[in-house]
Design a protein around this ligand. Structure first.
Ligand SMILES: NC(=O)c1ccc[n+]([C@@H]2O[C@H](COP(=O)([O-])OP(=O)(O)OC[C@H]3O[C@@H](n4cnc5c(N)ncnc54)[C@H](O)[C@@H]3O)[C@@H](O)[C@H]2O)c1
Length: 266
């Protein structure tokens, strides 16, 4: 019960279709299992409701809320729902991120529309969720924000907008960490490496007309630790640690969860 009596809002708590578990869903499930009340926010309300159903099946407490992170008003309403329901916000977990599915491309092929769209989802969504969460946390004089970046922020990555947005998430997280430390608020980023999630594997298989097994095998081969991709639970456990009081002296960190892939950089 590492999050007993805490309230968490997980943004992007549903998941893309596919056979494995997504990072956001695993994180919502683990937070609830560790005692948090969870507001599962997602643009896809059916996906968020699947997450809350899984939480309730094992006796946890969770509600689903429909919000698209490109809308500040939707994020404001999500937070208002959380506070109205449970009276506080201890953990804000920002999981939403898109790449291939948003039309990302190389520096010479990127379009204005794709760049603006992906930036709005991956970066502006986090900025605006934090904009509304921080005043609540400041009043409480505590809170933990966990932002999902990506190893792509620091590694060689071909698509320009994902790379830029995820690097910006780290810079932004460090900035809010230092600006809010005096209020007892912590903000940290997680950099997942190659994870076997529907978003990463099934989306690519669909987009490139290849099998899931082929994509998964190629990704497995690139991971130093056991030549095997991580799972959504690896990200969820890192998020649980950063969200919990065990990480009470940790803020402004960019934590790779990557099976050692970042050791190859630099
Ligand atoms: N899987 C990997 O290998 C990997 C690697 C690095 C980083 N990441 C990061 O992990 C995060 C996603 O992981 P996941 O497995 O949960 O992905 P996912 O696609 O399964 O789940 C993300 C959820 O976000 C929702 N969503 C998408 N756009 C939205 C919007 N505009 N507003 C509200 N909700 C929206 C989707 O409906 C979905 O339920 C992303 O930030 C991604 O960049 C993943």
């Amino acid at each position: 019960m590492r999050l007993a009596n805490k309230v968490a809002m997980v943004v992007g708590a549903g998941q893309s279709p596919g056979e494995t578990l997504g990072n956001g869903r695993a994180t919502a499930l683990l937070f609830a299992r560790e005692g948090a009340k969870v507001l599962a926010v997602d643009r896809d309300i059916a996906a968020a409701e699947q997450t809350t159903a899984l939480i309730r099946q094992v006796g946890g407490e969770a509600e689903a809320f429909e919000a698209d992170v490109v809308s500040e008003e939707a994020l404001r309403l999500a937070l208002a729902d959380c506070i109205g329901r449970w009276g506080r916000l201890d953990v804000l977990h920002n999981n939403v991120g898109i790449s291939v599915a948003g039309g990302d491309a190389t520096p010479t092929e990127i379009t204005e529309e794709a760049f603006d769209r992906i930036m709005a989802v991956n970066l502006r969504g986090i900025v605006l969720a934090c904009k509304h969460a921080l005043p609540v946390m400041r009043k409480q004089r505590c809170g933990s924000i966990v932002n999902i970046s990506s190893l792509a922020a620091i590694d060689n990555y071909p698509w320009v907008t994902y790379k830029a947005s995820k690097a910006a998430v780290i810079a932004y997280t460090k900035q809010i960490a230092i600006q809010n430390a005096e209020y007892g608020i912590r903000a940290n980023a997680i950099l997942p490496g190659l994870m076997d999630t529907p978003m990463a594997v099934d989306t690519r298989a669909r987009a490139w007309n290849r099998t899931r097994a082929e994509i998964a095998a190629e990704r497995d081969a690139k991971v130093p630790l056991r030549n095997k991709q991580g799972t959504a639970w690896d990200v969820a456990h890192a998020a649980l640690f950063l969200a919990s009081d065990e990480a009470g002296f940790i803020t402004g960190v960019a934590l790779p969860v990557d099976g050692g892939a970042s050791c190859r950089i630099g």
